[in-house]
Design a protein around this ligand. Structure first.
Ligand code: ADP
Ligand code: ZN
Ligand code: ZN
Length: 723
C-alpha cells in the first residue's frame, strides 16, 4: 500500500477556475499535488478533457474528509517561477464576486492577463527571463522550485524631472494627506492642479518606502495621454506600468508581471486595473471619480471606484493604504459620504496661478431665429476668438450628421431593422448606422415606404455642426489671415489608429481653432489656449426620466467649462473673456443658476434633498435583474417568475425590499434581442445583499425550468448607474 500513497510533501488544494456559476461546480474544485503548494499559486489542472489555468485558493495537508488520499486528480503543472497572489488580493476578489453576484472563478480568472492561460510554465519562465533582460526582475525561489518566492526590491525612481512649486492649496492638501486615515475626497476645481497632488503623494510614498506601490485609476487612458506622459516623465517609464484594454496581450502580460513582481512602482490604468496584483499597494488614486466608465457594464458589473475604497481598507489592515477620489464634480454618492463624515473632504477651490473659471452665458433659444443650429451671437463669438488666436470647444453629445432621416410625405423614419432605435445618418459615407448594434446600410435614394424622393435629416449631430460651422465661419480669419480651422473629436473621427492622438496634438499645437465634439472633448485635457466653451442641445438632460440625468449634465458642463482659461498668463496676455456659452430653451432652470456660480456644493445639496425625499440612492440601495429573450413577453415573464419564486421562498431581506414590476429597457430591442429589467430597492444594503445571495441559486434553477424557456441571458446589476 505504501508505494501507492502520495509522497510526504503532498497537499490537497482547492483550485478556483474560470467556471461560470450556472455550471453548478461551485467556487472551487479539489485536486492533489505531489509537492507542497502555496495559497495564491497559479497552477494548471485537468477539468474533464481540458487543462485549465487555476488559482490555488486553499491548501490542506490532509485529504478532504471522506476522500481517499489519491482519489482526486493531480495538479498538472505549477507556475513556480511566479510569486503567489497575495491573501489580500484573494480577499478582494472574493468580495467583488460576492458583492456583484458572480462566480468567484469567473471574476478571479478574468482579472489575470489572458495570455497567462495560454502559456505553460516553461513559456512563462522564458517571458520572465525576457522581462529581466529589460530591467524587470521577478523574484522566485532559489532553483525555481516550489517554496516561498521572494519579491526583489526595485530600482529607485530617479526624480530627475523638474517639479513646480506647490500652490498653497496643493501644499495644504498634501499636508492633510499625511494625517488622515479615512478615504479622501479631493474636491478640486478644474485646473486646480489635482494631478500634481497625485504625483507628489505618490512620490512621497515611493521615497519613504522603497517597495511601496501606487495605483492610479483614470476613466479612459487613451483620451488623456498627457496624464500618462506626466507620470512617466516624473517617475521614469520603467517605474510606471499601464493596464488597460488597449494593450496587446503580450504588453498586458508584461505590465501585469511588472506590477505583480513589485517592479512597477506605479500602475496607471482604467477600471480593470483595480484587480491588478500589487503586493505592496499603499496608495490608490481614482481620478475623475464621478466618471460613469468606472462602472463595468458587462460580466461582473463592478464599480472600480467603490472597490478602490474597499481595497484600501483591506490593505490597511497590514499597513496604511490611502485612497484619494478626485473630482471637480464628485458623484453624489461620494459627496454624500463626505457630508456624513465617512470620507474626508479636502478642497482646492482655486485654479493654478490665479486663473479664473469661465463665466456662464445663457443663450435663450426663445429669443433666437427659429431652427438655428448655432445662435448668431455664439457664432460671432466663435469668429472673434479665432480672429484673436484663441481656441473654442463646441460640445454636442450626439455623433453622426443627424439622429434620424425622415420622409415628410408618409412619416417613414430610418429605424434600425434590429433595434428599437433610429439608425443615425452619417453624411460622410452616406450611411445609416445603428449606434446600438452597429448595423449599417446605404441611405436609400427614395423613401422605402412611399417612394418620395424628398427624405431629410431631422435633428443634429456633431458631423453636421462641424460642416455648418466651417460654412458659417468661411469669412472669418485667423490672426495670420488664414481661414478658421474646424475639427471634430468623437468616436467616428477617432476610429482610425492614431487619429485620436493626432486630433489632440493638433489642438495642443494650436492648429485647430474650433473643436466640435461629444463628451470626449470634456475629459481631463489640459488645453492651454481655449477661452470659450459652448454647449448645444443640453435640454434633454434637464427633463430626462433618468434621475441621474441632471447630475450628469451638470458634471459634463462644468468639466467642459473646465477646459477653458486654464493658462492664466495666456488669458492675461490676450485680455480674453473666458466663457461657457449654453444654448437652452429653459434659461430659468435652477441647474443653470448653480452652474453660473460654479457652485457644485449647492447643486449637490439640492439634488441630495430631492433624492432623500424620494428615497433614491444614496439614501437607498438598488439592484437590477436584467433578462434578455427573443420576445419581450418571455423576458418579462421570467422576471415575474423570479419575483414570485423569491416571495414563495420568503427569502431573507425580502421584508426590507421593494420589488418593482418588470419593465422594458429604454432601448428595448437591440440586435433582435428584447431586453427587460426589474428594479429592487432597499433602505438597507445588508438586506439587499442577503436577498441577492439567497436569490441567485433560485435564479439558476428557474432558468432550467419551463419559466426559463426562451430566455437568452440574465444578469444582476448591483448599484446600477444607468436604468
Ligand atoms: P486638474 O486636474 O485639477 O484639472 P491639472 O493637474 O491638470 O488640473 O493642472 C492644471 C495645470 O496647472 C497643468 O498644466 C499643470 O501642469 C499646472 N500646475 C499644476 N500644479 C502647478 C503648480 N504648483 N505650479 C505651476 N503649475 C502647476
Ligand atoms: Zn415616405
Ligand atoms: Zn441596431
Amino acid at each position: 500500500m505504501t508505494e501507492l500513497s502520495p509522497p510526504i510533501a503532498a497537499c490537497w488544494v482547492e483550485v478556483v477556475l474560470a467556471t461560470p456559476a450556472h455550471s453548478g461546480l461551485g467556487d472551487s474544485l479539489s485536486y492533489w499535488s505531489p509537492e507542497r503548494l502555496q495559497e495564491g499559486a497559479l497552477v494548471r489542472v485537468p477539468l474533464g478533457a481540458r487543462e485549465l489555468l487555476g488559482i490555488v485558493w486553499r491548501v490542506r495537508l490532509q485529504p478532504p474528509e471522506g476522500l481517499l488520499p489519491d482519489s482526486l486528480r493531480p495538479v498538472l503543472e505549477t507556475f513556480a517561477a511566479l510569486p503567489p497572489l497575495s491573501a489580500n488580493w484573494r480577499v478582494l476578489l472574493e468580495f467583488a464576486a460576492r458583492y456583484y453576484q458572480r462566480a468567484l472563478g469567473e471574476v478571479a480568472l478574468a482579472a489575470l492577463p489572458p495570455q497567462l492561460r495560454e502559456l505553460d510554465a516553461a513559456a512563462l519562465q522564458r517571458r520572465l527571463k525576457k522581462l529581466e533582460g529589460a530591467g524587470f526582475k521577478v523574484g522566485a525561489a532559489p532553483g525555481g522550485g516550489p517554496g516561498p518566492a521572494a519579491l526583489e526590491p526595485s530600482p529607485a525612481p530617479s526624480w530627475a524631472a523638474p517639479m513646480p512649486d506647490l500652490s498653497p492649496e496643493q501644499a495644504a492638501v498634501l499636508a492633510a494627506l499625511e494625517q488622515g486615515t479615512q478615504p479622501v475626497l479631493l474636491f478640486g476645481a478644474t485646473g486646480s492642479g489635482k494631478t500634481e497632488v497625485y504625483l507628489r503623494a505618490a512620490q512621497t510614498l515611493l521615497q519613504r518606502d522603497p517597495q511601496a506601490q501606487a495605483l492610479v485609476l483614470v476613466p479612459e487612458i487613451n483620451l488623456t495621454p498627457q496624464l500618462e506622459a506626466r507620470f512617466c516623465e516624473r517617475f521614469g517609464a520603467h517605474t510606471v506600468a499601464s493596464l488597460h484594454s488597449g494593450l496587446t496581450p503580450a504588453q498586458r502580460l508584461r505590465h501585469w508581471l511588472a506590477a505583480h513582481s513589485g517592479q512597477a512602482r506605479i500602475v496607471l490604468g482604467t477600471r480593470m486595473a483595480i484587480f491588478a496584483s500589487l503586493p505592496r499597494l499603499r496608495l490608490i488614486v481614482v481620478d475623475e471619480e464621478h466618471d460613469p466608465s468606472y462602472k463595468s457594464q458587462d460580466g461582473a458589473r463592478y464599480s472600480a471606484r467603490d472597490l478602490a475604497v474597499y481595497r484600501a481598507q483591506l490593505e490597511s489592515r497590514t499597513a496604511r493604504c490611502q485612497v484619494i477620489l478626485g473630482s471637480a464634480t464628485p458623484a453624489l454618492e461620494s459627496w454624500h459620504a463626505a457630508e456624513q463624515g465617512r470620507y474626508q473632504r479636502l478642497h482646492m477651490p482655486g485654479r493654478i496661478a490665479g486663473a479664473v473659471l469661465p463665466r456662464l452665458r445663457l443663450l435663450d433659444l426663445n429669443q433666437q431665429p427659429k431652427q438655428c443650429l448655432i445662435a448668431p451671437p455664439l457664432l460671432a463669438a466663435l469668429a472673434e476668438r479665432a480672429a484673436r488666436g484663441e481656441q473654442s470647444l463646441v460640445l454636442l453629445n450626439r455623433r453622426g450628421y443627424a439622429p434620424v432621416l425622415a420622409c415628410h410625405a408618409c412619416g417613414w423614419k430610418s429605424d434600425c431593422p434590429h433595434c428599437s432605435a433610429h439608425a443615425v445618418f452619417h453624411k460622410i459615407d452616406r450611411s445609416l448606422r445603428c449606434h446600438h448594434c452597429g448595423h449599417a446600410s446605404h441611405v436609400p435614394r427614395a423613401c422605402p415606404a412611399c417612394g418620395n424622393l424628398d427624405i431629410a435629416p431631422v435633428g443634429r449631430g456633431t458631423e453636421q455642426v462641424e460642416e455648418h460651422l466651417a460654412e458659417l465661419l468661411a469669412e472669418a480669419r485667423r490672426p495670420d489671415g488664414g481661414p478658421v480651422r474646424v475639427a471634430r473629436l468623437d468616436a467616428d473621427s477617432t476610429r482610425a489608429k492614431g487619429s485620436l492622438h493626432q486630433r489632440l496634438s493638433q489642438m495642443h499645437e494650436g492648429e485647430v481653432d474650433v473643436l466640435v465634439g461629444t463628451q470626449m472633448v470634456a475629459k481631463g485635457h489640459d488645453f492651454r489656449r481655449i477661452t470659450l466653451v459652448a454647449g448645444l442641445n443640453v435640454d434633454s438632460g434637464l427633463f430626462s426620466s433618468d434621475y441621474r440625468a441632471p447630475e450628469r449634465l451638470f458634471a459634463l458642463l462644468l468639466q467642459a467649462a473646465g477646459r477653458a482659461g486654464r493658462d492664466a498668463a495666456f488669458v492675461a496676455a490676450q485680455q480674453a473673456a473666458v466663457e461657457l456659452w449654453v444654448q437652452t430653451w429653459y434659461p430659468q432652470h435652477p441647474l443653470f443658476a448653480a452652474l453660473a456660480r460654479h457652485d457644485y456644493p449647492a447643486f449637490a445639496a439640492q439634488q441630495l434633498r430631492e433624492r432623500a425625499s424620494a428615497q433614491m440612492p444614496p439614501f437607498s440601495f438598488q439592484a437590477l435583474l436584467r433578462a434578455e429573450a427573443r420576445s419581450q413577453a418571455t423576458a418579462q415573464a421570467w422576471l415575474q417568475a423570479a419575483q414570485a419564486a423569491a416571495q414563495a421562498a420568503d427569502l431573507p431581506g425580502l421584508a426590507q425590499l421593494t420589488l418593482y414590476p418588470p419593465l422594458p429597457l429604454t432601448v428595448q430591442r437591440v440586435a433582435g434581442v428584447e431586453r427587460a429589467q426589474m428594479l429592487l430597492e432597499s433602505p438597507s444594503r445588508p438586506a439587499l445583499q442577503a436577498f441577492l445571495q439567497a436569490w441567485q441559486p433560485l435564479l439558476h434553477a428557474l432558468r432550467r425550468q419551463p419559466a426559463g424557456r426562451g430566455l437568452l441571458r440574465w444578469a444582476i446589476d448591483v448599484d446600477p448607474v444607468s436604468l
